[in-house]
Design a protein. Structure first.
Lengths: 325, 323, 305
């Protein structure tokens, strides 16, 4: 178990290293920090002097090393727009995005497993056919169109739901702001979380169905029938546990996709999260904020993937957590 | 009354391209403690026959005619719950590939206990005791520790022993073994076969052994049924069939055995391949490959006819018998 | 001669007996044909600033009050004819989808073939890279690259080369899909005897790969290609919706939707609705075709033994 963790951690570090390198190159490429600091009115001589003092004329690797040392301490630079440390700005926005992801995950878990399993064991039932039909429609409608449609129907036409913003929030553990604990917050969350789930939920339903159907054709399921087991046990223990393995692996990747889609959802609903902030930062060429976002998102991806790998190892007895895979 | 009597069984697979008769009018009986071998090439309908007995034919396939009488009850007409209680309890099965038969994510103990609990009201501890007892019966060393192991921790031969132990759990009246040694190493094949034979004798269990290998059945069974293209073509006591086959196909199978060949010469394979079930030739299904074929063979399908203790479906069986 | 062979094939049979597949193919064909013919059939040229008048802005489509019969589907906020804009925009979306997929296929197939055929360290390295890239998702990668690119070169320059850049970004970001599929095929094919035979008679690895292994990867590639074109179109639409894709002056379906989004609240629904509808119908048809192909090429074999 420990060896497995160390290996996984090593991989995570390599990935983070690459992300930081890329992020730093972006910072290097985008915008001149001097302009932000002193404006246009300073002579070229003073500029060069300042450049030397700030170390901007140092070789790339020296600058990168300095950036890395600061980054490890949590210093990712100062946002040009907010005039505050970039990491602080992001951490302010993070809870809103996490609320959104939790909301979407709730819909996905609530529906994907029962619908996917049902469609696998009763493939010719009208409900399965309906679910498959709806799922391909769901996959085919881009997230932002689902979002626009939901706003148009439930906010503009029917007026049932708020069309933008996060509503009231409650404070948890001292400084974590969440909309999940207030009625108004939850009401604001409904449409954005459904939009975010609208693409990933059908993908999960289809994946669970096809994996489960494949498992149901396997020899060990036939043997389980020949043993005279009750069908509930065959479906929900023998088949489902084996279906879960590939679903966990792909599910990890899907969470990554979800983070990318939060940018779209948050933009349509003007949800005050990281994604919306990122897009604004891009429009304002707020480089430190862009870089900080990339690093934080990269970190989230790496953590999620590591957790997924560990869960996979725990569920699948053929993966030895000790030693090599 | 025989323990098991299969009468005029037909199984049809409904495929997109049309109906395919996988089993055509198959009948046989099995007495208590008797051992029957079903022999044929792959695609001959052996496995379908085995699965049909327990009504385990999967989707596009269906039993369209005939009866499977077990202790006088027709298994083909039982409802789901009734047939479930026969499966793995009074009639159990052993599958071909032990690598695929056991569920990879459940422990051996789990897969044994669940089988007992599906049929009897029994505590987990009692079930574990029985499981250990059966693991010992199939000669698995340190049986107690095996219960907590997963299938991938055992070798192929060991896994097949576990599968046999599972088949024995409820002291069944019949075990159906579908090519139980085909996927194993040659050295282990003989061990497993001997184990199976001894267990059947010891516990007085009926055995239906399905194989493509006539050599294997001749060592284990008392009766043989040879199938070709979904139909029975010869049936009778093992002794007689091995020593004086009266169907050219059975003769071909016996001549193809390595023991029948002079060292250094080619194996005497039957020429050609078995027709697919979708286009079985007119007349005798075997006639395109048969060295004794006459005109009648391509026109008239021979019926399964009784010759003393056995049955054969060939126009010239009497001549072979007289030779 | 060829027609006879096509007619007797299983694919033709399945196609003519599957209403969903036929309708989808027809829809895709019609949409492609109309957008290809846009310069001829469109009543206006939406890329030409002189052809529209701001006085004509936000005219509703025919059937609504205040409709103008010059503009069948109404006009957008700049007074552009929606019908013409959609015809041209669909063309751009399809163009980007197809070329991005071709690029993905080229990179992915090359990487997949080499990784699968040579195996070993090269294989595990390439697949590791593919894993990492996949976990970051195309959309994320594309947003970052396009944002940096736009900020570096400036918006004016960007507008001229937008199509090229978007094709490159989506093409490069999605290659692992192809690489994985091809690699899996190669690994399966490599086991087969004809590859050994080819090696024994002295063919070079490259010859074996291209002449013997590549043709066998065709069917699975066909399936993912349909879906990948749909995905590339969605990704482009999402990028354009975020303002990182096609500029408003040469809009794709995504830019049109972005363009109309702010007018939904004021009641001008048609600016968003028509491009959205075309986008959804196009992607749905492609996905349905992909589904049908997948079912066709992966028939469940029922063994009789």
């Amino acid at each position: 178990m420990i060896a497995f963790l160390i290996r996984r951690l090593g991989q995570a570090l390599v990935v983070m290293f690459v992300i930081s390198l890329l992020s730093f190159s972006i910072q290097d490429e985008l915008g001149d920090p001097l302009r932000e600091l002193v404006g246009q009115s300073v002579s070229e001589e003073t500029r060069q002097q300042l450049r030397d003092e700030l170390g901007l004329n140092d070789p790339f690797l020296t600058q990168y090393w300095r950036f890395l040392k600061k980054a490890v301490r949590g210093d990712l630079g100062t946002s040009y727009f907010f005039k505050r440390p970039a990491l602080d700005v992001i951490l302010d926005k993070l809870p809103a995005t996490i609320d959104l992801v939790i909301g979407a995950t709730f819909w996905i878990l609530l529906f994907s497993v029962p619908v996917g399993v049902f469609a696998a064991i009763r493939p010719n039932h009208w409900f399965s056919k309906l679910a498959m039909g709806l799922s391909i429609i769901g996959i085919s409608i881009p997230v932002f169109l689902t979002a626009i449609f939901l706003i148009y129907l439930f906010s503009v036409e029917l007026g049932w739901m708020p069309s933008y913003g996060r509503g009231e929030t409650a404070i948890l553990f001292g400084d974590w702001e969440t909309a999940l604990l207030t009625a108004d917050g939850l009401k604001h969350l409904v449409l954005p979380s459904i939009s975010l789930a609208s693409v990933i939920l059908p993908l999960f339903v289809r994946m669970i169905r096809s994996e489960m159907m494949e498992v149901l054709e396997s020899e060990y399921i036939k043997f389980a029938w020949a043993k005279g087991l009750k069908r509930r046990r065959i479906w929900f223990l023998h088949a489902f546990k084996n279906t879960l393995l590939p679903v966990i692996t792909v599910g990890g990747v899907q969470i990554g996709i979800m983070v990318a889609y939060t940018i779209l959802t948050e933009t349509v609903f003007q949800w005050p999260g990281m994604g919306f902030m990122f897009l604004e930062a891009i429009n304002r060429v707020d480089t430190p904020l862009i870089v900080a976002y990339l690093i934080v998102v990269g970190l989230i991806f790496v953590i999620v993937n590591t957790i997924v790998d560990i869960i996979y190892g725990l569920v699948n007895p053929t993966v030895k957590l000790i030693g090599k895979k | 009354m025989a323990l098991l009597e299969v009468k005029n069984l037909d199984v049809i697979f409904k495929l997109r391209t049309g109906d395919v008769k996988a089993i055509d009018n198959v009948s046989f009986t099995l007495e208590k403690g008797e051992r029957l071998g079903i022999v044929g090439e792959s695609g001959a309908g052996k496995s379908v026959t085995a699965f049909a007995i327990l009504n385990l034919i999967s989707k596009p396939g269906k039993i369209t005619n005939g009866q499977v009488l077990f202790e006088g009850r027709d298994l083909a007409s039982l409802d789901d719950e009734q047939i479930r209680d026969i499966r793995g309890n009074q009639i159990s099965m052993i599958f071909q590939d032990p690598m695929m038969t056991l569920n990879p994510v459940l422990t051996i103990g789990n897969q044994m206990v669940e089988c007992l609990q599906a049929h009897r009201n029994i505590s987990k501890e009692k079930a574990k005791e029985i499981a250990i007892e059966k693991l010992k019966a199939v000669q698995i060393p340190s049986a107690e520790t095996r219960l907590d192991q997963y299938p991938h921790e055992l070798s192929g031969g060991m896994r097949q022993r576990v599968v046999i132990a599972i088949a024995l759990l409820s002291d069944p009246a019949i075990i159906i073994a579908d090519e139980p040694t085909t996927a194993l190493d040659v050295t282990i094949q003989a061990e497993i076969l001997e184990l199976l034979l001894n267990l059947c004798k010891e516990f007085h269990v009926g055995l239906i052994l399905i194989t493509h290998d006539l050599g294997v059945v001749s060592q284990v069974t008392e009766k043989i049924m040879v199938m070709y293209a979904g139909a029975v073509i010869e049936q009778g006591p093992t002794e007689q069939i091995i020593h004086q086959p009266i169907h050219p196909y059975t003769q071909g199978l016996i001549n193809a055995l390595p023991q029948q060949t002079i060292p250094g010469q080619r194996l005497n394979q039957i020429k050609g391949v078995m027709p697919s079930l979708q286009d079985i030739p007119q007349g005798c299904a075997f006639h395109p490959r048969c060295e004794y074929r006459q005109e009648v063979c391509s026109q008239q399908r021979p019926t399964l006819t009784q010759y003393a203790e056995r049955l054969s479906a060939c126009h010239f069986s009497q001549q072979f018998l007289d030779k | 001669m060829y027609w006879q062979r096509i007619k007797s094939s299983a694919a033709y049979y399945s196609f003519t007996h599957n209403r969903v597949a036929m309708v989808s193919a027809l829809v895709v064909f019609i949409i492609c044909a109309l957008s290809a013919l846009a310069p001829i059939i469109a009543p206006y040229d939406p890329w030409d600033l002189t052809q529209f008048d701001i006085m004509d802005s936000e005219i509703p489509p025919i059937g609504a009050e205040q409709a103008d019969e010059r503009f069948m589907l109404g006009t957008d906020a700049m007074g552009r004819d929606m019908l013409s804009t959609i015809l041209y925009g669909t063309g751009i979306s399809i163009l980007i989808g197809v070329f991005a997929t071709l690029l993905q296929a080229f990179i992915g197939i090359t990487v997949g073939l080499f990784a699968g055929y040579f195996g070993g360290r090269l294989d595990s390295f390439l697949m590791r890279v593919a894993d990492v890239q996949l976990s970051f998702t195309t959309l994320m990668v594309a947003i970052v690259i396009l944002a940096v690119f736009q900020a570096t070169v400036g918006l004016d320059f960007y507008e001229d080369y937008a199509i090229l850049v978007i094709v490159l970004v989506i093409g490069v970001a999605e290659w692992p899909q192809y690489a994985r599929t091809v690699r899996a095929c190669v690994l399966a094919e490599k086991e087969k005897e004809y590859v050994d035979a080819a090696r024994v008679i002295g063919l070079k690895p490259l010859q074996i790969i291209y002449r013997h292994i590549l043709p066998n990867t065709f069917s699975p590639l066909l399936v993912i290609s349909t879906v990948q074109v749909a995905n590339a179109i969605i990704t482009e639409a999402a990028l354009s919706f975020l303002g990182l894709g096609m500029p408003v002056t040469k809009p794709s379906l995504g830019s049109l939707i972005r363009n109309g989004f702010e007018f939904i609240f004021s009641g001008s629904w048609w600016i968003t609705a028509f491009p959205s509808l075309i986008l959804i119908i196009l992607i749905l048809s492609l996905n349905l075709l992909g589904d049908w192909l997948r079912d066709l090429l992966n028939p469940k074999m029922y063994s009789n033994d």
